[in-house]
Design a protein around this ligand. Sequence first.
Ligand code: PRX
Length: 572
Amino acid sequence: MKVEALPVIQGEHNLLNYAETYGQFDWKDAEKVFSWSETGKVNMAYEAIDRHAEGARKNKIALYYQDGTRKEKYTFKEMKELSNKAGNVLKAYGDVDKGDRVFIFMPRSPELYFTVLGAIKLGAIVGPLFEAFMEGAVRDRLQDSGAKVLVTTPELLNRVPVDELPELKHIFVVGSNVEESGKIQDFNKKFEQSSKFLEVEWVDRNDGLILHYTSGSTGKPKGVLHVHNSMIQHYQTAKWVLDLKEGDVYWCTADPGWVTGTSYGIFGPWLTGTSNVIIGGRFSPESWYKMIEEYEVTVWYSAPTAFRMLMGAGDEIVKAFNLSSLRHIVSVGEPLNPEVIRWGMKVFNLRIHDTWWMTETGAQLICNYPCMEIKPGSMGKPIPGVQAAIVDDQGQELPPYRMGNLAIKKGWPSMMHTIWNNEQKYESYFMPGDWYVSGDSAYMDEEGYFWFQGRIDDVIMTSGERVGPFEVESKLVEHPAVAEAGVIGKPDPVRGEIIKAFIALRDGYEQSDELKEEIRQFVKQGLAAHAAPREIDFRDKLPKTRSGKIMRRVLKAWELDLPTGDLSTMED
Ligand code: PRX
């Protein structure tokens, strides 16, 4: 298919010549921006906040925060002091030491950011949990990680099954007049009383920083461990891809429960000393445009689902706001439709730059840059310092236009360090030739642009969120009416995919719409709203292999009216 390329944007970009930089760049040189490359004293939170607070950016706004009830701003100096205070609370009352897992389960608020940074300053490993998680999801993650400390809010506390978490020693509740008992402590009260001075714990570059749980097609969510060394790539991509510069006001719409909300909602912007806008609360097209106008946002990082929703809200709304501050728009998480790019050109007069990466990769890998032509529908080209290829199932590189596994040569700085408690799973990501295999299929064109084709496994991307079908199926079969369940992603024009469940009922249960709704609510309450199937079909029997594995591929073929393919392994 021939696509109309969008021309290079002329101007003073951080990355001026892609091909030349790609040829010359070496990660060893990139780490020299950090004094730890000489001193050996490494800590992400120091580099992101304290370094600026002790220098020329001390009175620069680091954080603009707003939600339905709060509107606040903090300089780098204030961020340093407030994260020190949070660190002191965790240390004095939570006994937090280097390597301990500190989980954060709360909606976005300034305290969330103080706490994440404070925990990192102690050398702890932070586990951010999305606020929509229900009890089952919270339990799995806290248990697997052996979390010692949890920071949460009064509203979310009842989703924490304290009795089932023997390793969890301290729970800090962020709120006013929290009743303290047992493990539960009043965060705010202790925060008020804490000192704003804290000695940063210097760690090794390969010490744990953050643990993001993410879904695969089998098994429970797995803990992807990232280390302080990632900062090299967070910094470098914030420069090249987000193109952040001194005067920028940057807004990343992702929640820190997901990797985009940490790598590019916390680390990337602050490592580069950028003013970072964080908006809590609910999404509406009006409120989003209003935020861009109010903060004069210059660089905006969001996701295709959000852009499609804005597109669906119509072009008239855009005109009601002054969005002239915007100069650079970036997207991640799902395929960015050419139609959305064309819409962006029309309403913002800007290109939307797609970026590809994953929780496991820690930072952007294949991207579009201001200095590069964009081919709408393509994810772009690998960042300098990164080698990407399409390989077959033996790890052999395939020529242009052949579809295969999207793979990255091992060794980029932000690559996951391991899978928590599951080294075997970690090893399973790699193929001969030191290729990290993403699980995505793609092809490369003759100019080196990569084109996403789909997931190779059954992982579902719904509204930019990654959902493992197994986790949903496991929850479904916990419902007394459900004998068997198979879950697939069904293409959806706005959300990318929606979750569709096929269910065989136990004897004695009648199919009904009420039952569908009850089952939906069951998943919503037990797991998370975004994991609940939007569509449910009852079937007498589900297609299974002889070993009893549900054949999602066949379910998908049923749903989409496609050929079912090889059925030789299916039970009679
Ligand atoms: O399938 C790819 C899709 O999102 C997956 C990774 O999901 P997660 O770990 O939750 O991280 C999302 C944000 C970093 C990938 O395997 N994906 C991510 N970016 C793109 C994408 N699919 C198409 N185009 C993209 N730009």
